[in-house]
Design a protein around this ligand. Structure first.
Ligand SMILES: *Cc1c(COP(=O)(O)O)cnc(C)c1O
Length: 397
């Protein structure tokens, strides 16, 4: 079987299945000892056999490190890309991509419930350098068409399911639109993970990840990644240069933890999805809950589209409390197994009040999240225990 090895970037579609690739891509047995798990290369530099005589191309770890290469090989294989780059955080990955593609005067289109940190990065950091953006409802293709500025729109930024309202965006339709306009089509695949959704197969040019979330999966590491589709080799080279020149690389131990997490991604996503569906069904119809946002529910406006472009509905649920902001805060503070914290995608369940926590930075902008929303990151604990915790919080409303 043809499994991508460390340093072998030219992968993509080939025989092995998803879980096999997750476990073996980039994980060739150590040739010197036979260790099943390749060593973690905790080194900043590499001896040269005479000036310029590099062994395996490694010179200095800002430019390359075998443990990081192993993760990049694994990520490219799982997303069906030709090349992946691993960064110090999801936002560092986004920043390196945007800096490589945009110049002053350039224009970006983002969804109106894009991740708050992405919105802040584009609006406040890149905005200060003359980059402009439009915030639109990506479910409205006419609105996207109207927002495109021919020649100036360089990036169409898609996030699906979106954070926190779980809107589903038609990646194939928007990718066609973006390509027609000459814009780079970027998909933030953090919420679905490649186990449930593969944007490159749907027409995306670049996939972005906060590997901090489902890919790492254990809430023990912050990281990010970019995966480039076939045809984007030149852009991949440019971003590799930006990463090398600006330095937002992941360290070897972080890369190792992420690779380790990814090996169980497939089965984790199945359990996240089944637990979340059970909880969404329990929440739906309760008098204290005005609305449940979960694409696995038939009542969700994006349910059919999600069933078409995803192979599971994931572990993220948002709810709108009938009692508004006050009820939302009370609910978020009254669960016990669901721990009150930012972030998502770990094996443990978390609850978050976006308006005052993860999405505080977008208050007062077009991407503001209603105060009545609570977001749940459903973990992989026993479903009966999670349901009991939800029932108790509902009883206190
Ligand atoms: C967390 C997150 C990011 C940012 O990633 P960091 O690793 O926190 O920098 C980007 N997009 C989405 C959808 C996220 O949830």
């Amino acid at each position: 079987m043809n499994l991508p090895e460390n340093g072998d970037h030219a992968q993509g579609a080939h025989g092995a299945g998803f879980d096999t690739l997750a476990i073996h891509a980039g994980q060739a047995v150590d040739p010197t000892t036979g260790a099943v798990i390749p060593p973690v290369y905790l080194t900043s530099t590499y001896v040269q056999d005479g000036i310029g005589g590099l062994r395996g191309g490694y010179e200095y770890s800002r430019g390359g490190n075998p443990t990081r290469t192993a993760l990049e090989t694994q990520l490219a294989a799982l997303e069906g890309g030709v090349r992946a780059l691993s960064f110090a955080s999801g936002l560092a990955a986004e920043d390196a991509l945007l800096r490589s593609v945009l110049a002053p005067g350039g224009h970006v289109i983002v969804g109106n419930d894009v991740y708050g940190g992405t919105h802040r990065l584009i609006r406040r950091v890149h905005g200060a350098w003359g980059v402009r953006h439009s915030t639109v409802d990506l479910g409205d293709l006419d609105a996207v068409r109207a927002a495109i500025e021919p020649g100036a729109t360089k990036v169409l930024w898609i996030e699906t399911p979106s954070n926190p309202l779980m809107k589903i965006t038609d990646v194939a339709a928007l990718a066609a639109l973006g390509r027609e306009a000459g814009a780079l089509v970027v998909v933030d695949n953090t919420f679905a993970s490649p186990a449930l959704q593969q944007p490159i197969a749907l027409g995306a040019d670049v996939v972005v990840h906060s590997t901090t979330k489902y890919l790492g999966g254990h809430s023990d590491v912050v990281g990010g990644a970019l995966v480039f589709a076939a045809g984007q080799e030149e852009l991949a080279e440019q971003v590799t240069f930006t990463q090398f020149a600006a330095g937002a690389v992941s360290g070897p131990f972080d890369a190792f933890l992420t690779t380790r997490g990814i090996k169980t991604l497939g089965i984790r996503m199945q359990r996240h999805s089944s637990n979340a569906l059970a909880i969404a069904q329990r929440l739906e119809g309760h008098a204290g809950i005005a609305q449940v946002f979960y694409p696995g529910l038939e009542s969700h406006p994006g349910h059919e589209l999600a069933a078409r472009q995803m192979s599971g509905f994931g572990g993220m649920i948002s709810i709108a409390l009938a009692g508004g902001g006050e009820a939302a805060r009370r609910f978020a503070e009254s669960t016990t197994l669901f721990q009150l914290a930012e972030s998502l995608g770990g094996v443990e369940s978390l609850v978050n009040h976006p308006w005052s926590m993860t999405h505080a930075s977008v208050r007062g902008t077009e991407a503001e999240v209603p105060e009545s929303i609570v977001r749940l990151s459903v973990g992989i604990e026993d479903p009966a225990d999670l349901l009991a915790d939800i029932d108790e919080a509902l009883a206190r409303l």
